[in-house]
Design a protein around this ligand. Structure first.
Ligand code: SF4
Length: 356
């Protein structure tokens, strides 16, 4: 019989870290760096097996579903190099102003038919200030809320005043999407029209207003593994309730159009590392999964994902909701639309200490 090489050191260290997280403890930054640097299919599969156990332990077999409606598209004043909606770049992406109640109502109806938990109103602009646009946004939020079909979420850019966050909360907003996008170090490599600090300040206003935070980032923009690790760490520090992971889908016309795609195993490893660092959070796989993971996309749940963005993304198409639901059921998982998606205490004592 040929002997099979088995790295007991790696096996033991992964087992020790996995057991620690399952027991309610945290890994430290050195441990996290080590996880992100794992290479080779066998080692990554062992990491994924632990990430799956951690997901099951903290999240059960429920997979939460979210969808978005683009309420204002294109012509954005910002220069995010990955984005088809920036006015700095020539892309095929549609352009229209803030939409009327009917398309949002139609999106809420469709989301409800697909058993989707929440509908996020998304707008391509720098941010939201007091004035007629805030009134309109609050009207749309109230309409979705009063419709009672899906929970209204929003992703409306930077907020610079506490009053704006308070108005959104009063209108019925429960969760706001505002990605950090990448590490603090890498952020200026993809955006120079606003800063990382402004993003963190926005999250501060939202938390102060009692709004839950959906914040994650995009991988595959040319950042290092250290940057991905730092992003996960920052998301832990801000206490994000939901952590969307997008994978860059290089859009023709943007500066990132020729960026080489990440290998699927590197993507799955990144999801698993996020699960180790953020064991209680909803880790949601969002844009770019179909083009980047291809036949491996069902493995995101084994790698630790507990939520899925379904329906089309802002500027790119996704596979059908029916196919996503079938994929979840085929894995023996439960697409969940009843539970309160982000209404969970994401902090463990170690994380509270970290922020204090
Ligand atoms: S990511 Fe958002 S802020 Fe940046 S260009 Fe696109 S729509 Fe504008």
């Amino acid at each position: 019989m040929p002997s099979v090489a088995f790295d007991t050191t790696l096996h033991d260290r992964l087992g020790e870290l996995g057991q620690r997280v399952l027991g309610g403890g945290s890994i430290d930054r050195d441990d996290a760096r080590w996880l992100f640097e794992l290479e080779g299919t066998a080692d990554i599969f062992e990491l994924i097996a632990w990430a799956n156990r951690i997901r099951e332990h903290f999240k059960g077999n429920k997979i939460h579903l979210c969808s978005i409606v683009n309420a204002k598209a294109g012509s954005c004043s910002e220069n995010c190099k990955f984005c088809a909606q920036s006015s700095f770049y020539q892309t095929e992406s549609p352009k229209y102003g803030f939409v009327d109640p009917e398309p949002v109502e139609a999106a809420a109806q469709e989301a409800n038919q697909n058993n989707v938990t929440a509908l996020g109103i998304v707008a391509a602009w720098k941010g939201l200030d007091e004035g007629p646009m805030l009134d309109e946004v609050c009207d749309r939020i109230r309409e979705i809320k009063d419709g009672g079909k899906v929970r209204p979420d929003a992703s409306l850019g930077l907020i610079k005043k506490q009053e704006v966050a308070n108005r959104l909360k009063d209108a019925g907003l429960e969760c706001y999407g505002h990605n950090l996008e990448s590490s603090r170090r890498f952020f200026p490599e993809h955006c120079t029209t606003h800063s990382y600090e402004e993003r963190l300040d926005t999250i501060g206003y939202l938390k102060q207003a009692g709004i839950k935070i959906c914040s994650g980032g995009i991988i595959g923009m040319g950042e290092t593994r250290q940057d991905r690790c730092d992003l996960a760490w920052e998301l832990r520090a801000i206490g994000a309730n939901v952590v969307p992971i997008n994978i860059l889908n290089p859009i023709p016309g943007t500066p990132f159009e020729k960026i080489e795609k990440l290998p699927p195993m590197e993507i799955l490893k990144t999801i698993a590392c996020f699960r180790f660092i953020l064991p209680r959070q909803e880790i949601m796989i969002a844009g770019g999964r179909t083009v980047n993971l291809r036949d491996l996309q069902s493995m995101i749940f084994a790698a630790g994902a507990s939520a899925l963005m379904v329906g089309n993304y802002l500027t790119t198409l996704n596979q059908s909701v029916e196919k996503d639901l079938q994929m979840i059921k085929d894995l023996g998982l439960d697409p969940d639309w009843d539970a309160d998606f982000a209404d969970q205490d994401v902090m463990n004592p170690a994380e509270v200490a970290l922020q204090g």
